[in-house]
Design a protein around this ligand. Structure first.
Ligand SMILES: Cc1ncc(C[n+]2csc(CCOP(=O)(O)OP(=O)(O)O)c2C)c(N)n1
Length: 597
């Protein structure tokens, strides 16, 4: 038998070195599934419980490997389910290719079952490239462009292949009129700005005396260069959350995360600096950057379409972070006055002391800050960390000290719930030798994490290192939003929307053959992490955490950072009021949206 279009599609993916495809079956891709059955080689088909999870797994795979993720789904409902994961990739600038089926060409336009206008459905999420393959000769061109565009522009592309086309005999494009031959291969380019533009940037940086640097995920791989620049300029460096793994938190002048979930030293770095250098970050919250008149600012980004946003920058350099900073270094004048750097370092040291004390405050039953604080020093240097969207994101941002080759990610821009567990699964397929961790709230677990634990149970034996720890903050509350309601609306928690039903997370994991540990006392937190790390299989750690621990924003004063927590947790009868009514001005002023201090 000759090759079908579907056979060739898999072969082409193989030629592009695609080793995993995250997907879910359906008759819209039956031809493809049959081809998979015939093929003895990669790419491996990884089955999830829901197409959105397949898309998140492809995103997690891409985020942790730096490669292009590929997901596949059937027509109609399967394609629709992919969307949220694809938007997550698009908004965080991660390359993902979606391959979806469609009804047979003979049925198209006939209001047929499962027929959805996929070109329109994907028009926005895959706006850079979304095409339907209607004849075999079109396949290589469409697939190659989808991969090349997704990879080079760090975005989402979509390939739609009608079911009957998948089963046609493959014939390649010829050397003919209206044929589009195609080829493999893609080199990486690494732009560097012109010497004149570099000099303009250096002039601004040299003129300042209190330099702040903000790095994002675009600065990954440039840790050495950032360190040299920061040392020369006596600068402190804050990190956007997607760039949390760009620099080690063991460096005394790294102020940690920025923004509402960020640290007080990052906040002070921005409020007190006179010069700002942003490298590879699209951090959206302008209010956490310096006042407009306060600082002269310059920016470096590889993507010219993302430059110049968020702040009135004087110089916007198009460049790859590492080579651009290397070219900039000889133009920078060392700053002999180190007093600014010393202040930054003092703040950072104080921050870690405050974090220790906040984690030590007792709560009912467990202070969630302690969960992250206990884990941080235990993390292996090659750990892969996936944080879901919820109150835990605060504690991930603040308590986890990145070091070594650790990688960490989250849904930075879409901030979607439900990404944590599938990201970690994608990580394990991309880098099976590394221990992986997912930090997830009980709401996100109930949304989809519970189902993806089944996927972990299905596949973990295939990973060379079985360590995958899913930690669940079991607080029976959609806690992050509960605090937002209190802060922004001055509203008591609306229980019908905020309260969550109970679920036995650890027992459930145990029932699937994984290790499940329920932790109900603060003194057991450290030992539970140790047990999970030493386990011979993936582990679900269920921490019974106190929903009354508030995510204090970074503009709270140092004193407020500590005292607010103690007063809320200890100050009965206030505690009941704060939690049940949530409108006490005492806490209001510390919360996102509350008055600035
Ligand atoms: C798909 C999606 N739906 C809703 C939200 C809004 N949201 C953000 S955090 C959050 C609460 C998360 O609750 P949970 O997972 O239990 O974590 P917790 O905050 O309680 O730690 C909600 C509802 C979102 N970000 N994404």
């Amino acid at each position: 038998m000759g090759q079908t279009v579907a056979d060739h599609l898999l072969e082409r993916l193989r030629e592009w070195d695609v080793d995993h495809v995250f997907g879910y079956a359906g008759d819209g891709i039956n031809g493809l599934l049959a081809a998979w059955e015939r093929a003895e080689d990669p790419p491996m088909f990884v089955q999830s419980r829901h197409e959105e999870m397949s898309a998140f797994q492809a995103v997690g795979y891409a985020k942790f490997t730096g490669r292009t993720g590929v997901c596949v789904a059937t027509s109609g409902p399967g394609a629709i389910h992919l969307l949220n994961g694809l938007y997550d990739a698009k908004l965080d600038h991660v390359p993902v290719v979606a391959i979806v089926g469609q009804t047979n060409r003979s049925a198209m336009g006939g209001a047929y079952q499962q027929e959805v206008d996929l070109l329109s459905l994907f028009k926005d999420v895959a706006n850079e490239y979304c095409q339907m393959v209607t004849v075999p000769e079109q396949l290589p061109n469409v697939l190659d462009r989808a991969i090349r565009i997704a990879t080079s522009r760090r975005t989402v592309t979509a390939v739609i292949v009608p079911a009957d086309v998948q089963e046609l005999d493959y014939s390649p494009p010829g050397h003919e009129f209206k044929m589009v031959p195609s080829s493999l291969d893609l080199s990486r380019s690494s732009p560097i700005p012109s010497p004149a533009d570099l000099q303009r940037c250096a002039d601004v940086l040299n003129a300042g005396s209190k330099v702040a640097i903000l790095v994002g995920q675009g600065a990954r791989g440039a840790a050495g260069e950032i360190t040299e620049v920061a040392d020369l300029l006596g600068a402190g460096v804050a990190k956007a959350l997607l760039g949390k793994d760009v620099l080690s938190d063991e460096l005394p002048w790294v102020t940690g995360s920025i923004g509402l979930l960020g640290t007080r030293p990052s906040y002070e770095l921005m409020t007190d600096c006179d010069t700002l250098l942003v490298v590879g970050s699209n951090f959206p919250y302008t209010q956490f950057l310096p006042e407009f008149e306060q600082a002269r600012a310059v920016q470096i980004d590889i993507d010219p379409t993302m430059l110049g946003l968020r702040y009135p920058f004087e110089v916007n350099l198009v460049g790859d972070a590492a080579p651009t900073l290397r070219a900039l270094l000889p133009l920078l004048a060392p700053k002999p006055d180190r007093s600014w750097r010393e202040t930054v370092e003092k703040n950072v040291a104080r921050w870690w002391e405050v974090m220790q004390r906040r984690a030590d405050v007792s709560a009912d039953p467990i202070n969630p800050e302690l969960v992250f604080h206990e884990l941080s020093p235990r993390l292996p240097v090659n750990a892969l960390l996936a944080a879901d969207s919820g109150s835990g994101t605060n504690w991930y941002a603040r308590h986890i000290r990145m070091r070594g080759q650790m990688r960490g990610t989250l849904s930075g821009t879409l901030a979607t719930m439900g990404c944590g567990v599938p990201y970690a699964i994608g990580a394990k397929f991309g880098r099976p030798d590394c221990p992986a961790f997912a930090f997830v709230g009980d709401g996100a677990m109930q949304m989809n994490g519970i189902n993806e634990i089944i996927t972990i149970a299905k596949y973990w034996r295939e990973w060379s290192n079985p360590c995958l720890v899913v930690s669940v903050l079991h607080n029976n509350d959609l806690n992050q939003v509960t605090w937002e309601l209190r802060a922004m609306e001055g509203s008591p928690a609306f229980l019908p929307s905020q309260e969550l039903p109970d679920f036995p997370y650890a027992d459930y994991a145990t029932s699937l053959g994984l290790l499940g540990i329920k932790v109900e006392r603060a003194e057991d937190v450290g030992a539970a992490w140790d047990e999970a790390l030493a386990a011979d299989r993936p582990c679900l750690l269920e921490f019974m955490t106190d929903p009354a621990v508030p995510p204090i924003p970074p503009h709270a004063t140092w004193d407020q950072m500590e005292k607010s927590l103690e007063s809320i947790l200890r100050g009965d009868p206030d505690r009941a009021d704060v939690i049940k009514q949530g409108v006490k001005s005492k806490i209001q002023e510390f919360l996102p949206g509350g008055s600035r201090s």
